[in-house]
Every structure is written in C-alpha cells, then in structure tokens.
Design a binder for this molecule. Structure first.
Ligand code: BGC
Length: 320
C-alpha cells in the first residue's frame, strides 16, 4: 500500500473504533438508566412517589414540614423526597422544580414564593403531574390546592394586637423577603390594618432573607437610624430572635415585639417577656395535610382549592 492509502486506511479504522466506543458507551448508559429505573421502581414497590420542594434544605421550620410529610408517607404507603436549596434562593428552587417535572413523579408539593413559579407549575399540570402549593401559594397558577396559613389574616391579627396594646405606634418591620408572596401578604395585612389608626406610622421595613443574623443586623441599623421605633414586627420564623439580639445590643427593652412562629427559641423569648406575641403556624401539619391532599388527588377525589392550617396569636407560653 502507498503511504497515502495507508493513512486513509488507518483513519477509517480509527473512526470505526471511535464509533464503536461511542455506541458501547451509549449502550452502557442506557443499561445503567434501565437498572436505575428498575432500582427506583423496586425501591418504590408500587408506592406513589411525591417530590416536595421547600425554601431551604435544612431549617428549623422546613424540617418540621418535611417530617410531617415523611411521617404521613410512612403511614400511607407513599414515598416523599424533600428537596430545597442550601440557602433561600428562588432560582434554585425553580431549578429543583424543573428537575422534578423531568423525573415525572406522581405529584409535586412546592412552596411557591413568586409569580415566576407559575409557568413551571402549569407545565407540570399540563404534563399530568398534580401540583399542591404549601406555605406560600400561587393562586393565579393551575395548582390544585394550597395548604398553609392564611397569611393576610395573620398580618391583620398581628396589627390588631399592636393597636390594642400600644399608643402612638412607630413601627419597624423585619420581613423575610420583599418578594415572597406569603411575606407580602403578611405585611399587607399589617399595613392595611394599621392605617385605621391615623397616628400609627410604619417608619421602616427591611428584609432578613429568613436569616437570624440578617434580622439582627437590619434591626440594629433600623434602631440606630430611627430610635423612635416602639414596635417591631418579625415576619418570618427567625426574625424575632435577631430582633431581640439587636435590642439587647442597644439596651432597648421598651419595644413591643410581635412576630411569626412558635419555634422553641421563639417560645423561650415569649416566656422571658422579650417578645409580646407570636403567631403560631403548623409547619408539621402543613407537611401532613399537603400529603393527604395529594393522596386524595391521586385517588381521584375532589379537594378544596384553599386549605388553611391553624394559625393564631399566642401570648401565653402555656397555651401555644
Ligand atoms: C415562613 C416560611 C419561612 C420561614 C423561615 C416562616 O414564617 O412561613 O416560609 O421559610 O418562616 O424562617
């Protein structure tokens, strides 16, 4: 063979070998996929597979929602996989929702924080995957049900409590986020109610991004800038802890604090009279109930569009 022909021959052999390698790889991957599918199916053993997406992976509040869902799943032959970003991040939450749709589970339960979730919720519904929202709703989407607190009503209740207990209100608000639907509803309830008292002012609002350290920083800055503040609202679960830490750093014990959630540390602050009133929510119950609603949907039963879990004002540690 001439050198040129020889080169062409070697090139053809190399190409054939590469193609063969590629097919082998694809074949192995397909096989692995099949094995994984089989493994998953075997692991599910006929149980309904639900994906639940929360605000964060590991958080005192969300761990309760997850525990409630897992306990329901265990008692009803279902399987729930809880997912959440490491830190609050709606974009990553949406990415998890996208991936969940690809997996095609029997149902998706999602905390839907902003309108940007609507197209994905509707996509899941169009693909036949039932969606239930939990903790934060998206009423303009095609989701079947919302399970969680009546957030606007509890914002109203907080403000009524303040109106009943404080004269000449100069309020600061530490909210979880400025953008999340449920936080907005809480703040709207407060604002709409406080306007009934002409002398009540909302002096400043800041967001903690649901972190206690940020709640402390924001409160500290707020109180330094507006020392006349005599009421502080904490809108998400860890805000009152940060609020009290900042007040202590500034030697302020003259502020009426009202905030969300009866987590253990918050109840301690209530007991120590550092917080006047807490709003109780039922995160564990939200996990249980959202799974129960999903089970009814899968069984073809009709469910309510709005399912409000219990929530009320708590002023006495002995009556949470
Ligand atoms: C809210 C949750 C939030 C949690 C965080 C709760 O009050 O309902 O959505 O993730 O606070 O601290």
């Amino acid at each position: 063979m001439q050198t040129k022909e020889w080169r062409i021959f070697v090139a053809i052999i190399m190409l054939a070998l590469s193609l063969f390698g590629l097919f082998l790889l694809l074949d192995i991957q397909a096989l692995q996929g099949q094995i994984e599918d089989k493994k998953t199916n075997e692991a599910l053993a006929g149980r309904d597979y639900i994906v639940m997406i929360g605000e964060v992976d590991d958080h005192a509040y969300w761990n309760l929602v997850r525990d409630g869902a897992e306990s329901y799943a265990k008692n009803h032959q279902m399987y729930v996989q809880y997912l959440g970003p490491e830190n609050p991040n709606p974009e990553q939450q949406r990415e998890l929702l996208r991936k969940a749709i690809d997996i095609k589970p029997d149902g998706i339960i999602v905390q839907s924080v902003t309108g940007s979730f609507i197209p994905l919720i509707n996509q899941a519904m169009n693909e036949g995957i039932p969606v239930v929202t939990v903790d934060s709703d998206q009423p303009d989407s095609n989701r079947i049900s919302y399970v969680g607190t009546d957030n606007y009503a509890m914002g109203v209740a907080m403000a009524e409590d303040v109106l009943a207990n404080v004269d000449q209100i100069e309020a600061g608000i530490i909210t979880g986020t400025a953008t999340n639907h449920h936080h907005q509803l809480r703040v709207a309830g407060i604002k709409d109610t406080l306007t009934s008292d002409k002398s009540a002012n909302i002096v400043s609002t800041a967001a903690s991004n649901i972190k206690r350290i940020n709640a402390r920083e924001k409160t500290y800055q707020m109180l330094q800038r507006y020392p006349k503040i005599n009421v502080l609202f904490g809108i998400s679960a860890l805000d009152v802890i940060g609020i009290v830490e900042a007040m202590e750093a500034l030697n302020r014990d003259d502020i009426y604090v009202v905030g969300f959630d009866t987590l253990t540390e918050n109840m301690q602050l209530l007991s120590d009279e550092k917080v006047a009133t807490l709003v109780s929510q039922q995160p564990y119950q939200m996990g249980v109930k959202s799974m129960d609603v999903m089970r009814s949907i899968i069984n073809g039963d009709n469910v309510e569009a709005l399912i409000h879990t219990d929530s009320r004002l708590v002023k006495d540690v002995h009556h949470p």
